[in-house]
Ligand binder design. Sequence first.
Ligand code: CDP
Length: 234
Amino acid sequence: MTRDRTSTRVIAIDGPAASGKSSTAARLARRLGWAHLDSGALYRALTLAAVDRFGESPRSWSPAALVALAEELPVRLVLLGDEFQPEVAGVDVEAAIRDTRVTRHVSAVAALPEVRAWVNARQREAVRAHGGGVVVDGRDIGTVVFPDAPLKIFLVADPGERARRRLAQRGEAVDAAELARESALLAARDEADSTRAVAPLRPAPDAVPLDTTDLSLEQQVERIAALARERFPG
Ligand code: CDP
């Protein structure tokens, strides 16, 4: 089957934890009149469902049971306005999936090939059903999920700045001890995400790298919007 690359109206934004992917992707989508899909939200929603159903010992979770749980509840993405929102059993879980008990286990769940296949199928389905342009953010969007995306961005930022942003996002104190603790958590998740066997975090060969350490959210959105105007004329 030949695929027309220009017909894929997807912008892929990948990068490590707290590099600003989701906030950048959401604003960019609004600017372009596109929808936004945060793939991490689906991994997090499934992890939340697993913690609630099976308890907090992920080594005892079988991949088949996780996928069956996701289908049964169901865990899904629902388009609300221009945002795909995660739902578990019909309940909006956008806030609950940011909980530390989810963050602690999500990389273990995301390392399972069966889970990744299920999440990838849901993302492709959502984009196909939407039919319009979608900004998708995650770890493997440009490399695995939408390798034909005409615009791929790989966001990076200094680890200290990423920890500062994550604490500020949660409204927590940004003191030295908290920064060190948050940096260590981010580094552990980056290590797990970069070294896993399936779909490790890495830039696609044709991704545009963007270091956001010294950029404001508005500046990084503007840089990508300018590239989008070139790649998606009209
Ligand atoms: O906290 P942050 O916004 O950086 O992460 P997230 O985008 O919410 O993703 C949470 C976790 O899901 C990541 O640490 C990865 O383990 C996993 N993930 C993935 O493996 N592939 C994706 N496309 C998106 C997320």
